[in-house]
Design a protein around this ligand. Structure first.
Ligand SMILES: CC(C)(COP(=O)(O)OP(=O)(O)OC[C@H]1O[C@@H](n2cnc3c(N)ncnc32)[C@H](O)[C@@H]1O)[C@@H](O)C(=O)NCCC(=O)NCCS
Ligand SMILES: Nc1ncnc2c1ncn2[C@@H]1O[C@H](COP(=O)(O)OP(=O)(O)OP(=O)(O)O)[C@@H](O)[C@H]1O
Length: 199
C-alpha cells in the first residue's frame, strides 16, 4: 500500500520550496496548481466553460485565458471565485487521482499531492496524512509581495481568499515551520518523512 501525503499551506508559505525538496528525495509530487493551469488551456472543456461564465474579455490576444485578469476578478469577489472553482476543481481532482494511480501502479512507495486548497475543498479523504507548511502572517505577506510584485492590497486579497494558516495548522498531522532558513525547513521535512517511514 502506497502512502499518500497531502501537502498544503497558505499562498506563498513555501509549498513549492518544500515540493522541490521532496522531488530531490526521489518521491513523486503531483502539483494541483500545475494541473489547474493545464485543464484551462485552449481546447480543454474547462476553457470553454470559463469563457461561457466570464466572457471573452478574460482572454489574451493569443486566445489563452488571461490569468492576471481572471485573478483580479475572483480574488475580489467570493461569488465569482466559487463560480470558477466549480468549473476547475472537478477537472483538477480527476486528473490528480489518475496521476496518483499511475505512480502507485509503477510501484511508488510514497506519493505527495500538493494541494493549496486541501482543507478548503475538503479533499483530505484523498490522502492518508497531511502536512502544512506554515509561516507567520508578516513573513507570508512580505514573501508574496516580493515574489509576485503585488501591492499590499493585492497580496491581502489572495491571503484572505483562503482558510487562515493557523486553522490549517490545527488540522494537520504534521507542520513544517518555514519562517527560518531553507536548511531548517529541509531538516523538518526529513524528520517527518522518517517518522512516517515515507522514504
Ligand atoms: C485565478 C487564477 C486564474 C489566477 O492565476 P495565477 O496564475 O495568478 O495564480 P496561480 O494559479 O499560480 O495560483 C497561486 C495561488 O493562489 C491560490 N489560489 C488559486 N486559486 C484559488 C482559489 N480559487 N481560492 C483560493 N486560493 C486560490 C493558491 O494558493 C495558489 O497556489 C488561478 O489561480 C485559478 O484558475 N484558480 C482556480 C483554480 C484553483 O483553485 N487553483 C488552486 C488549486 S486547485
Ligand atoms: N525558508 C525560506 N526563506 C526565504 N525565502 C523563502 C523560504 N521559503 C520560501 N521562500 C520564498 O518565498 C516565496 C514563496 O515560496 P513558494 O513559492 O515555495 O510558496 P508556495 O506556497 O508554493 O506559493 P503558492 O501558493 O503561490 O504556490 C518564494 O519566492 C520562495 O523563494
Amino acid at each position: 500500500m502506497a502512502l499518500t501525503i497531502g501537502l498544503t499551506g497558505g499562498i506563498a508559505s513555501g509549498k513549492s520550496t518544500v515540493t522541490k525538496m521532496i522531488r530531490e528525495l526521489g518521491i513523486p509530487v503531483i502539483d494541483a496548481d500545475q494541473i489547474a493551469r493545464d485543464v484551462v488551456k485552449m481546447g480543454e472543456e474547462a476553457y470553454n466553460q470559463i469563457i461561457q461564465a466570464f466572457g471573452q474579455e478574460i482572454l489574451q490576444e493569443d486566445g489563452e485565458i488571461d490569468r492576471a485578469k481572471l485573478g483580479a476578478i475572483v480574488f475580489h469577489n467570493e461569488q465569482e471565485r466559487k463560480k470558477l472553482n466549480a468549473i476547475v476543481h472537478p477537472a483538477v481532482r480527476r486528473r490528480m487521482l489518475a496521476e496518483k494511480e499511475a505512480y502507485v501502479q509503477k510501484g511508488a512507495k510514497t506519493v505527495v499531492l500538493d494541494i493549496p486548497l486541501l482543507f478548503e475543498s475538503e479533499l483530505t479523504h484523498l490522502v492518508d496524512k497531511t502536512i502544512v507548511v506554515y509561516v507567520d502572517d508578516d513573513v507570508q505577506l512580505e514573501r508574496l509581495m516580493k515574489r509576485n510584485g503585488f501591492s499590499k492590497e493585492e497580496a491581502l486579497a489572495r491571503i484572505q481568499a483562503q482558510m487562515p494558516l493557523r486553522e490549517k495548522v490545527k488540522k494537520a498531522d504534521a507542520v513544517i515551520d518555514n519562517n527560518g532558513t531553507i536548511e531548517e525547513t529541509k531538516q523538518q521535512l526529513w524528520q517527518i518523512f522518517k517518522r512516517w517511514n515515507a522514504l
